[in-house]
Design a protein around this ligand. Structure first.
Ligand SMILES: Nc1ncnc2c1ncn2[C@@H]1O[C@H](COP(=O)(O)OP(=O)(O)O)[C@@H](O)[C@H]1O
Ligand SMILES: [Mg+2]
Length: 342
């Protein structure tokens, strides 16, 4: 029999973001990059986070990692609750010192991140092997030899060609796809429970993109980690994610299982996104209709629904009262006045 304790923790989300607000206090304006984000990441799943450029996806990732530069940035409200992997204790990341030991252990050890452009996150002066080994030594109490062994093991896992040789190479000697594999190897080298991948394949050509996504899928099941996959590519989400969160102007406006979201989208913004791009596997040729207007800079406190000015279904109430993000069906949440709370 499984003890009760294990049953309860198994279904608990590993990460819960509650009403998080991250602002940038600039001289001329306050940018409300995150304006009350609510998101919950189940264990061992891939969550797709989508939305147009400027919606706050990267700032959410950086807030979770406590990598927001302060000043001018600051998490001004909310909680980011992480269930820690060894102790199962819940810690509120927003309360930690971003430079302190606890946060440094979480960063890399519990939550790791892979960015779009690996060249900016790899150090050009160190070999690939040294960089991965460095990360391993920082988080696991092992010596250099063991760390280099781990680096080789990870390079093999990410299916880089000739991994032994790569250990001794510098980032500029590798192709874009290989560099991204190195970043993934480094990110997973300390067995993080959560991997955040921020547009990990956007800079790569289509074939390499497919290979990297394939690899991430495989590693997700091997390592049993949870992935937050940030992308503006809905095709990628439909292939990779088990759940999807749709973000608009600093808020999550819809959340559902992937199939449900693609087949029964509720929020006009989600529908707009789906209509504006060709989605793999969708039957028939559909006319592509872009969403009118652009994502505004979130420098004003918005009344009502932030999407209302661009929304084809906007009603009077939308410009006045902010819709509450709530569950309309089990597992399907939306913030829209077309689906008011009971
Ligand atoms: N360092 C910063 N200072 C001021 N505003 C910022 C900063 N970084 C991001 N922003 C603003 O925060 C909003 C969200 O940005 P971002 O998270 O990068 O969007 P996404 O990743 O969804 O494209 C945008 O309006 C952007 O201009
Ligand atoms: Mg981004």
């Amino acid at each position: 029999m499984i003890p009760d304790e294990q049953i309860t923790t198994k279904n608990e989300p590993i990460l819960e973001v509650k009403n998080v607000k991250t602002y940038f206090f600039l001289e001329k304006a306050t940018i409300r990059a995150l304006n009350g984000v609510d998101l919950s990441l189940p264990r061992q799943s891939t969550l797709g986070l989508v939305g147009e450029s400027g919606c706050g996806k990267s700032i959410l990732a950086m807030s979770i990692m406590r990598l927001i530069q302060s000043p001018p940035g600051k998490i001004v409200d909310g909680q980011i609750l992480l269930r820690q992997k060894h102790t199962q204790n819940v810690v509120d990341i927003t309360k930690l010192d971003p430079h302190g030991l606890e946060m440094r252990n979480i960063r890399g050890g519990e939550i790791a991140i892979v960015f779009q452009e690996p060249m900016t996150s790899l150090n050009p002066l160190y070999t690939v092997g040294d960089q991965i080994a460095e990360a391993v030594m920082l988080h696991q109490k092992v010596g250099r030899k063991a760390a280099l062994d781990r680096a080789l093991e990870m390079l093999t896992k990410v299916q880089i060609s000739d991994p032994k040789q790569r250990l001794h190479e510098y980032p500029h000697q590798l192709s874009g796809g290989m560099r991204q594999r190195v970043m993934i190897a480094m990110a997973l080298s300390c067995n993080p429970a959560i991997l955040i991948a921020d547009e990990p394949t956007t800079a790569l050509d289509v074939t390499v993109q497919a290979q990297i996504l394939d690899l991430m899928n495989q590693l997700q099941s091997d390592f049993g980690s949870s992935i937050i996959l940030i992308t503006h590519n809905l095709g990628v989400v439909s292939q990779m994610a088990s759940q999807v969160a749709v973000m608009y102007l600093g808020k999550i406006v819809e959340f559902a299982e992937t199939r449900e979201l693609f087949h029964h989208p509720l929020h006009p913004y989600t529908i707009g996104l789906l209509n504006s791009v060709p989605v793999l596997g969708r039957k028939g040729k559909k006319e592509l209709i872009p969403i009118k207007g652009m994502v505004p800079t979130p420098s004003e406190d918005i009344r009502g629904c932030a999407f209302a000015p661009r929304c084809p279904n906007a009603m009077e109430i939308c410009g006045e009262v902010t819709p509450v993000f709530h569950e309309v069906q089990p597992g399907h949440k939306v913030a829209c006045w077309l689906f008011p709370e009971d």
